[in-house]
Design a protein around this ligand. Structure first.
Ligand code: TRP
Ligand code: SF4
Length: 324
């Protein structure tokens, strides 16, 4: 079986955009590959070192969402990055052969410096972010890494580092492929990309009242002012959600909107009901997990044991090849 590795920084409660994006692809992959999915808590420190008190709670919330959506600890290996120290050892060793210029040139590094202006991130750990990611991946000699497009520069550094290692010490670390999921980009309720930092997201854990209230605030076709005006589903945020979560009703809503047979209020009510229905089983799962902190700990401890076993084996080979 081929090996997949992917991680996510602990961002707390996940939203529908995370679900439609990464999580759906992770779910599918857990049946076809040996999957290592981890909470990248060290990566959270690279920019969030001053708010490190949030990391534990955010990790717990993310794990609950993962499990509620169907990630299965019997299939995938679920763990915390910080509990598998081999990631750090490999990071250190790879640091010996990685030119600083590769890291300084990385587009995400330059972009984040610009975007997080005002935040002090001229720290060594942040420069090393992509190399730590390379270590995460190479520690399991992964064949592939499911990521979003934004992560491609990090995959490139991972491959370059593996190649350089192999050139120096012998063919040991496979160059992993990027698995780009093709999924629709989910807008937030204001029509921009759904993101917690834009405060336009619908969380997987939002209760029905909140879902309804957020759907009511969604922007529709701005040219549809009066109830009698025909609408244009193709420019409407509400319709984008119908297209993803309410597929059976797409043609009906499309026609009814264009002919002004249906009003936006009613159309939103249909969507809210559908979303509440889709999320009901996740909420039930979340409620039961929230009452089982010992089980959550067990899941991670089990995953950490399995992950460490594989990472230890890789490090043994790596140390040997380097003459240590
Ligand atoms: N950088 C990734 C992100 O922000 C998270 C991550 C850390 C990761 N290590 C990884 C993803 C290894 C894939 C593989 O989403
Ligand atoms: Fe959008 Fe529905 Fe209103 Fe048409 S009826 S504009 S699809 S909310």
């Amino acid at each position: 079986m081929k090996t997949i590795v992917s991680g996510a920084r602990p961002s707390g409660r996940l939203h529908l955009g995370n679900y439609i994006g990464a999580l759906q692809s992770w779910l599918k992959l857990q049946d076809q590959y040996l999957c290592y999915y981890f909470i990248a808590d060290w990566h959270a420190l690279t920019t969030g070192y001053a708010e490190s008190g949030e990391i534990g709670e955010n990790s717990r919330e993310m794990l609950i969402d993962w499990l509620s959506c169907g990630l299965d600890p019997e299939k995938a290996v679920l763990f915390r990055q910080s509990r598998v120290k081999e990631h750090a050892e490999l990071f250190l060793l790879l640091g010996m052969i990685t030119p600083i210029s590769w890291l300084e040139r990385c587009p995400t590094f330059k972009e984040q410096l610009r975007e997080l202006e005002g935040k002090e991130i001229h720290n060594y750990g942040f420069l090393g972010y992509p190399l730590l990611q390379a270590a995460d991946i190479l520690a399991y000699r992964a064949d592939a890494v499911p990521v979003g497009e934004d992560q491609l520069p990090h995959l490139e550094i991972t491959r370059d580092t593996a190649r350089r290692f192999n050139h120096l010490y012998g063919k040991i670390l496979p160059e992993p492929e990027a698995l780009l999921g093709r999924y629709p980009l989910l807008p937030g309720i204001d029509g921009r990309k759904m993101s917690k930092s834009y405060a336009n997201d619908i969380a997987l854990s939002d209760p029905p009242e909140t879902i309804r209230e957020k759907v009511n605030r969604m922007i529709t076709d701005p040219q549809r002012v009066k109830r009698k005006d025909p609408g244009r589903p193709e420019v409407c945020t509400v319709f984008k959600f119908h297209e993803i979560f309410n597929t059976a009703e797409i043609p009906r809503i499309q026609t009814a909107c264009r002919s002004a047979e249906i009003g936006c209020v009613q159309c939103k009510e249909l969507l809210a009901r559908k979303l509440i229905e889709v999320m009901a089983p996740l909420h039930e799962k979340r409620r039961s997990l929230e009452e089982k902190p010992a089980y959550l700990e067990e899941v991670l401890a089990g995953g950490e044991e399995r992950a460490a076993k594989e990472a230890r084996a890789t490090l043994q080979v790596v140390r040997g090849a380097m003459g240590l």
